[in-house]
Structure formats: structure tokens, C-alpha cells
Design a binder for this molecule. Structure first.
Ligand SMILES: *Cc1c(COP(=O)(O)O)cnc(C)c1O
Length: 367
């Protein structure tokens, strides 16, 4: 039998395993009330300003969106103090990662990532038949010195996930400065700042500064999925020198960012009150989880994000399964090379309490 052979890059892909959708757990376990703490969604729901704007634009969905995303890019540029030409939007930050890989990676190029970091980088590196170079973390933090040492003539991109998913840790301004001083100009450094708005450390680097200074080999990616509560709309963006973005424009789908997402994004940027409430609720929820993990004798990694990495032990997968049966979805970290850990999103107070109850029961069963 002959078959249609998929392109060779696909042979190396370890499929992305998303957090199980609520609907699937309801179906498979016969449950009504299911809590998802697996995908770092905002427990407060969407930004109210974004929702109001969406309601007004619903009747216009027969029209294609603006393929250039002019008004949204202008709003992002104003918000960040950069220029329109320095902004590109995508179908989620994921979409921008895909575009960047399509635009820049050739067969045999090397891409440096943290060993336990965001898996979407790995997938599109493989799709482009480039080589992944994984640098182990140090104390659950990206090791920028190690990543600089991993640079070769073939390196094309370095992904610096900051804060890092799934560990929630950051690299500092000082570490980034030393790193940038060593990286040659023909290597693109991508700072993935999906959790930027949650960070309140004075050591967190100002990476947009590199773009404002005109540096060409820096790209900063952010998203509306996390703090603005718009994960279901799919909207992310990147900021970089316009020359660096030009290849991304050439590969982009004509209408990658839909009309609703563009309208909602503009309104969300103005919703400072919602951002403040989200950050505050998250800080409270995180503190609660820390206290409970301490009470249960579980090691956790202090987080700058809306999720916490917690060590369960060799039974981590089994515990995750037992949580599912109780209607609580969390993220096992096997795919991140952290098989003894779970990554748990900070939920609402009720959700967090329910998680802790379920976790206590599950731990008692497996130990
Ligand atoms: C959630 C996340 C993204 C993707 O965000 P979308 O805009 O929803 O595609 C990118 N990077 C990291 C590190 C994330 O955690």
C-alpha cells in the first residue's frame, strides 16, 4: 500500500498535550462541575471592557478583519511606547512563534531553548527541520550563561521564556545584559513574556529597551490570553525592529487575527482596572497555595506568574489522574522533563480550596 509521506520534520515532534478541556473531563468522567487549573487562564473571566466591545462588533463578523491589524497595532504601540512598524500581531503568541519559525529557520539551523520550557518552540523548530539545543535549568531558572555557551555557528534563534513556563521563575536584568553582550548580531533572541503583567520583581528586565534602542536581533512576545482573560479569542503580538519583522509579514496568513480579537484587544489594553484586579487576586491565590503546599509538606517553586510548579514525587501522574476523577484538571509536567511535578494554575478562592481538598485526598490514596 502506498501512502502520502508527511514531511520529515514531523518525525521528531513530540505532540503538544494541552490541558484537557473541561467538556472532555465532563464527558469522560461523567462529572458536571469541573475546574480547570491546567492552562493558566484568568479565573476572573475576560476583561469587561473587551466583552463590551465584542458585543458591539458581533454583527460585523461577516466582514474580513483588517489583515494588517492597523488600529490594534497602533494601540499596542502607544501602550508600550514603540512605533507601529515595530509591532506585529498573531493568532495567539503561539501564532507569532509559528510565523517566526517559518520566517527564520532553515534545515540544520540550531535553536536554543531551556530544557524545561514552553513546548511550542520545540514543535515548530522540528517542523522546520532545525535542531533543538536544550540547556538544563539551574535551580528551576533558565541558565542564560549555559545558553550563551551553547551558541555555535549554526545557532539562529534563542528562546528566553521569561517568566519561564512551567517553572514560573525569571531571569534578571543583570543576567540578560551579560547574555546580550555575548550574543552575536545574527542570532535572534526572543523574549517570551506571556506572563509579563504578573511580574512585580524589580529585577525583571526591560527588554523593550533593546527594541527602542534599535537593536535588530531582539524580539519581545506577549499575549492577551493570560492577564486579559482572552485565551479563547487567540491574540498575541511581538515587538521588534521593523526589518526583523519583515520576514514574518511575508509568511503570515492573510487574516490570521480575527475581527473580534482585534476589537477586544484594543479595549482590553484600556482596562487597567481589570489588570490590577487580576494581579491582586492572583497574588492572594498564590499565597494561599503556597501556605497549603507547605502544610502538606510539598516543595514548590516560587512563581512570578499565575501558576505554581509543585513537586508531588514519582506518583505525580497518578495524583493528576485522581484529581481528574474529582473534577480538577491540572498539568502533569512529564512533557517538560519534570515528571515528579504538577503545574497548577492559580484559580479563584473557591477553585483553589477545591483543588487543595482534592489534592489532599488524592495524596492520601497513593501514599
Ligand atoms: C500561554 C503561553 C503562550 C501562548 O499564548 P497564546 O497567546 O495563547 O498563544 C506563549 N508563551 C508562553 C510561555 C505561554 O505560557
Amino acid at each position: 500500500m502506498s501512502e502520502i509521506r508527511p514531511q520529515r520534520g514531523l518525525d521528531d515532534i513530540r505532540p503538544y498535550v494541552p490541558g484537557k478541556p473541561i467538556e472532555e473531563v465532563q464527558r469522560e468522567y461523567g462529572l458536571q462541575d469541573v475546574v480547570k487549573l491546567a492552562s493558566n487562564e484568568n479565573p476572573l473571566g475576560p476583561s469587561p471592557k473587551a466583552l463590551a466591545a465584542l458585543e458591539k462588533t458581533l454583527r460585523e463578523v461577516h466582514l474580513y478583519p483588517d489583515g494588517q491589524g492597523y488600529y490594534l497595532r497602533q494601540a499596542i504601540a502607544d501602550h508600550l511606547g514603540v512605533t507601529l512598524e515595530q509591532v506585529i500581531i498573531g493568532n495567539g503568541a503561539d501564532g507569532v512563534i509559528v510565523q517566526t519559525c517559518l520566517a527564520y529557520l532553515d534545515d540544520g539551523d540550531e535553536v536554543i531553548v531551556g530544557r524545561s520550557s514552553f513546548p511550542v518552540y520545540d514543535i515548530y523548530t522540528h517542523v522546520m527541520r532545525a535542531q533543538l539545543v536544550k540547556v538544563p535549568l539551574k535551580e528551576y531558572r533558565l541558565d542564560l550563561e549555559g545558553m550563551a555557551e551553547a551558541i555555535t555557528e549554526r545557532t539562529k534563534i534563542v528562546f528566553v521564556c521569561n517568566p519561564n513556563n512551567p517553572t514560573g521563575t525569571i531571569v534578571t536584568q543583570g543576567e540578560v545584559e551579560s547574555f546580550m553582550a555575548e550574543v552575536p548580531e545574527h542570532i535572534l533572541v526572543i523574549f517570551d513574556e506571556a506572563y509579563y503583567e504578573f511580574v512585580d520583581s524589580p529585577e525583571y528586565p526591560d527588554t523593550l529597551r533593546y527594541v527602542r534602542e534599535g537593536r535588530r536581533n531582539v524580539m519581545v512576545m506577549r499575549t492577551f490570553s493570560k492577564i486579559y482573560g482572552l485565551a479563547g479569542l487567540r491574540l498575541g503580538y511581538a515587538v521588534a525592529h521593523s526589518d526583523t519583522l519583515a520576514p514574518l509579514w511575508r509568511v503570515k496568513e492573510p487574516f490570521a487575527v480575527n475581527r473580534l480579537a482585534q476589537i477586544a484587544g484594543i479595549a482590553a489594553l484600556e482596562d487597567e482596572e481589570f489588570v490590577r484586579r487580576s494581579v491582586e487576586a492572583n497574588r492572594e491565590g498564590r499565597r494561599y497555595l503556597y501556605r497549603q503546599f507547605e502544610r502538606l509538606g510539598l516543595f514548590y517553586v516560587e512563581s512570578h506568574t499565575n501558576f505554581v510548579l509543585v513537586r508531588i514525587g514519582p506518583e505525580a501522574r497518578e495524583v493528576a489522574e485522581r484529581l481528574l476523577r474529582r473534577g480538577v484538571i491540572v498539568r502533569p509536567c512529564t512533557g517538560y522533563d519534570l515528571p515528579e511535578f504538577l503545574r497548577i494554575t492559580v484559580g479563584s478562592p473557591d477553585q483553589n480550596a477545591r483543588l487543595i481538598d482534592a489534592l489532599e485526598e488524592a495524596l492520601a490514596e497513593v501514599r
